[in-house]
Ligand binder design. Structure first.
Ligand code: SF4
Ligand code: SF4
Length: 433
């Protein structure tokens, strides 16, 4: 590590003074609730960052509390002094990342994943195609019968069970870059397809395009778009995240559009915060601000455009698990609920604690699996007390996590989890022309 001043700047030492130690954030923090340690609370983490910046604690002391933070930002919604916890967290992660041993196998594998795998739409499509092959050829059945999936690394067997059936490579190839309308369009939208959404939830992405078209919008999928960089930033790889932000800003600003639409709460939260990656007053900062003004979740646009009717009743009891990033960072709260109210036949039951994170948090449920499952168990207690037919979510990570939770509870016959977009399509929406 360079000099102390450099460390203090990177770790956002100045921002730690906004914390007045009141503790209002403690009841909002899932990791404080499940781990019952001050160091694993927002206040404790901020204190540790401050102590590292004052050389009273080591970066090693910071590692576990920071790595066990979900980044759900529930603490920021209750903080009376508006502490910029997100920036403090990102700075701490960057410092931890810089101190990792560069030659280790773990680091090399991680670098490959973040530099080559996630930013590549080709790799994501290959992942979807390989999963299709695995599901369709009987390999999955064999692997499950032989219990190979039970011993797969990184708990991947847990997630393998809940990945939805994949479309064939032929269907994937039928996608086009521009979806035009015969009649004049109400607005022009560019769709941010995401990595995991496009790899694993390709059908949901196609349903998103369909909803926009039926609402009267023209939809384009900028070819040069890439990963939003959220996973990179959450892992302390801020430089890589910044490069991806630049690539997306260029890809989307090359098109004259009214909206930049996403259907993944975690990605959307990153897209609206791109300007934090650049110094205020620079050209990239200004471009990021312009970019961010057009970023919308699909639910916001569907409500704003108000172009759909839902003629087909869906007779189900549902509950809604909001994405933390969509609620706490994008501040999108009511649009999904407004859309659900329009679907005839639905009975809505609210969770007791909808704002409590499900424990998915990017790749938290893979790298901190046990801790994530403890948090999921709290969430599932709430879900089971509501006993819905479907749990509606708006983020791929939350969707997979809710599916895992339903499996863990042995409730797969009684309930399932669904993306909002797919549920809306069940109501056979048509355009208000
Ligand atoms: S609520 Fe805000 S000011 Fe109070 S302890 Fe938590 S972070 Fe600090
Ligand atoms: S981001 Fe979430 S897990 Fe992390 S300190 Fe805040 S409330 Fe706790």
């Amino acid at each position: 590590m360079g000099n102390l001043l450099e460390l203090q700047q990177k770790i956002n030492y100045d921002k730690t003074f906004d914390c007045v130690q009141c503790g209002y954030c403690l009841p909002a923090c899932p990791t404080y609730e499940t781990m019952e340690r001050e160091t694993h609370s927002p206040r404790g983490r901020i204190n540790l960052v401050k102590m590292v910046a004052e050389e009273k604690a080591s970066i090693e002391d910071l590692k576990d509390p920071i790595e066990k933070c979900l980044g759900c930002m529930a603490c920021t919604t209750v903080c009376p002094t508006n502490v910029q916890y997100g920036q403090i967290l990102e700075g701490a992660k960057e410092i931890i990342e810089e101190n990792k041993s560069k030659g280790s196998l773990h680091k090399k594998a991680e670098d490959f994943l973040f530099q080559a795998f996630f930013p590549s739409s080709k790799w994501m499509q290959r992942l979807g195609e390989a999963t299709w092959f695995y599901q369709r050829t009987g390999v999955q059945r064999l692997a499950q019968l032989m219990k190979i999936t039970d011993v797969s690394p990184l708990h991947l067997g847990v997630f393998e069970k809940v990945i939805p059936p994949q479309p064939s490579p032929k269907i994937r190839k039928q996608r086009v870059e521009r979806y035009m309308r015969k009649r004049p369009a109400k607005a022009k939208a560019a769709f941010f397809t995401g990595c995991i959404m496009d790899g694993v939830f390709f059908d949901t992405n196609q349903n998103t395009i369909e909803l926009l078209l039926r609402s009267g919008l023209e939809v384009i999928l900028p070819k040069q778009q890439t990963c939003c960089g959220a996973l990179h930033a959450h892992s302390g790889k801020v430089d890589e995240s910044r490069e991806l932000a630049k690539r997306n800003i260029v890809a989307f600003q090359d098109e004259e559009v009214d909206y930049i639409i996403n259907n993944a709460g975690g990605c959307g939260a990153r897209l609206v915060e791109y300007h934090h990656l650049f110094e205020e007053g620079t050209e990239w900062y200004e471009r990021a601000v312009e970019f961010q003004k057009k970023v919308k979740d699909i639910s916001e646009v569907l409500v704003e455009v108000d172009g759909l009717t839902f003629p087909h009743a869906v007779h189900q009891t549902i509950t809604y698990q909001p994405s933390c990033h969509m609620t706490n960072v994008q501040k999108v709260k009511s649009p999904p609920l407004e859309l659900l109210k329009k679907v005839p036949g639905l009975t809505f039951k609210e969770l007791k604690r909808p704002d409590f994170c499900c424990g998915s948090a990017g790749i938290y449920n893979i790298v901190n699996h046990e801790e994530s499952m403890d948090i999921l168990d709290v969430k599932m207690n709430d879900v089971c007390s509501v006993a819905p037919d479907q749990v509606v979510t708006t983020n791929p990570g939350c969707l997979l996590q809710m599916k895992v939770g339903i499996e863990r509870e042995g409730k797969t016959k009684e309930m399932s989890a669904v993306h909002l977009v797919d549920l809306l399509m069940e109501a056979e929406p048509s355009g208000k022309e």
